[in-house]
Design a protein around this ligand. Structure first.
Ligand SMILES: *Cc1c(COP(=O)(O)O)cnc(C)c1O
Length: 476
């Protein structure tokens, strides 16, 4: 045997009990939630894979850090700790804390976008694009074609297609492009990384045209791990070095600290340009809070400062992504159609291949997420047409190529046994997919509709028909 098992680089000091429900309870709960997993109560959820956002377990050092909160209105010591950590690991000159990632996106978009601009990016992200559009820009997708193909095994499916970027520049002119939005471990593509070579090439192209690059650094640490694993020349570099190199090609970043930085709340905006940073600091006072806290308590900034240092430890990031890969391997082995290669923060099920009997306008991914909850109490999330929303000009539903259900793994929260239970419940549905029923809207919010939309089954009143021989639920 040439491969040995590895285990998490931590042990458990405190536990949080979770509750298993009955199928009847879950049918009632999902109906009350309008068949939208976002509207379930967390106490009705057994294994919560809705998101890896703000759901991480903090370390004993981070919890101790909370007690060191300096809650001064101005100039909190914790702000300076956070600034040191951001300088050291991300390398940008100016730090502006925000309440979470979208607070940073709001300020960046208002700061740089003029009505009529276009923002090219390697696939949209929901809140990012919403803020770009609110500021008057149109988002243009420049991600490589492989990103839209759930079967492509390309190791860097997050890469920018340089020819697409060149076309946008030729068509609209650099003056209409306030920045290129470059995302690490592209969320909506399944957590697919960008290669360093691609980042360098985007940077060179943008420099030639005098266009800024703004990094969405939310998953830059996970991206650094994939570069170390997959890109020639990087296997001996530390995660720390790779992260700094990624950031060095860009002019600033927005970051949701609720992901890689291992905290439950927080975010930040970084800028290298002094004047832009000054304007951003003026703006943060209006929308978030003073520039030395930006909507965060001192204790939250301390937890972020410590979390950033923990996030770049190799043992941590290997175990984090290793757990995601473990779940992916279990599903792949059973033939479940998932986005390959498995990305950094979750396993993404291809709902179009999983549920070929449900037409796209009955939202197969939304239906599958609801059915999975009824099956086993596992909460997943739709990443498909419901998340994509409507075309801002025509009002038509957008049907992106990928119609996915995301099983997102919180950091340091669940064990391998939780992954086994999750895999078993997905596989149980995969064996009888025709039990899943399509959905239609009963309420559709105007912005970011996936969060609060409500649905009903197109036939009957259950999203998951009971099996022929009613199985014993996975866990009773
Ligand atoms: C979560 C996320 C955001 C938004 O951050 P919030 O902290 O949720 O406001 C932006 N970009 C990406 C890629 C994200 O995953």
């Amino acid at each position: 045997m040439n491969r040995r098992s590895w285990a998490e680089p931590f042990k458990i000091k405190m536990v949080e009990p979770i509750r298993m429900t009955t199928p009847d309870e879950r049918e009632a709960a999902i109906a009350a939630a309008g068949f939208n997993t976002f509207l379930l109560r967390s106490e009705d959820v057994y294994i919560d894979l809705l998101t890896d956002s703000g759901t991480s377990a903090m370390s004993d050092r981070q919890w101790a850090g909370l007690m060191l909160g300096d809650e001064a209105y101005a100039g909190s010591a914790n702000y300076y700790h956070m600034e040191d950590a951001v300088h050291r690991y991300y390398g940008y000159k100016h730090l502006i804390p925000t309440h979470q990632g979208r607070g940073a996106e709001h300020i960046l978009s208002r700061l740089l976008i003029k009505p009529g601009d276009v923002v090219p990016g390697n696939m949209y992200f929901t809140t990012t694009r919403a803020h770009q559009e609110l500021a008057g820009a149109r988002f243009i997708d420049i991600i490589c074609d492989a990103a839209h193909d759930s079967t492509s095994l390309d190791p860097f499916k997050g890469n920018v297609d340089l020819a697409k970027l060149q076309t946008v520049i030729d068509r609209h002119g650099a003056a209409k492009i306030p920045y290129v939005a470059l995302q690490c471990c592209v969320n909506m593509a399944g957590g697919q990384p960008v290669s360093m070579a691609n980042i360098a090439a985007v940077s060179a192209l943008c420099k030639r045209h005098g266009i800024r690059i703004m990094l969405d650094a939310t998953r830059a640490v996970e991206n650094a791990y994939f570069i170390k694993q997959r890109e020639p020349g990087y296997s001996r570099k530390s995660i720390e070095e790779i992260l700094r190199e990624i950031c060095s090609y860009t002019d600033g970043c927005t970051n949701s600290a609720k992901k890689d930085c291992l905290v439950n709340i927080g975010g930040f905006l970084c800028l290298n340009d002094d004047e832009l940073a000054e304007e951003a600091r003026n703006m943060v006072v209006l929308f978030e809070g003073l520039h030395t806290y930006g909507g965060l308590a001192g204790r939250d900034m301390e937890a972020i400062a410590i979390g950033i240092g923990e996030s770049v430890q190799y043992d941590h990031i290997r175990a984090r992504i290793g757990q995601v890969e473990y779940l992916g391997a279990a599903l792949e082995k059973a033939g479940v159609p998932i986005v390959m290669p498995v990305g950094g923060h979750g396993v993404f099920i291809d709902a179009l291949r999983f549920l070929p009997h449900i037409p796209r306008d009955q939202f197969p991914a939304q239906s599958l997420a609801a059915a999975l909850y009824v099956e086993s109490g596992v909460r997943a999330m739709e990443r498909g047409a419901v998340s994509a929303g409507r075309n801002a000009d025509t009002g038509e539903n957008i049907f992106p190529k990928l119609e996915l259900v995301r099983l997102t793994i919180p950091r340091r929260v669940y064990t391998q046994a939780h992954m086994d239970v999750t895999a078993e419940s997905v596989i149980a549905l995969f064996e009888e997919p025709e039990r899943v029923v399509g959905l239609r809207f009963t309420y559709e919010p105007k912005y970011l509709r996936f969060f609060q939309a409500r649905f009903e089954p197109v036939k009957g009143d259950q999203v998951l028909r009971r099996g022929q021989a009613e199985r014993v639920p996975v866990v009773q």
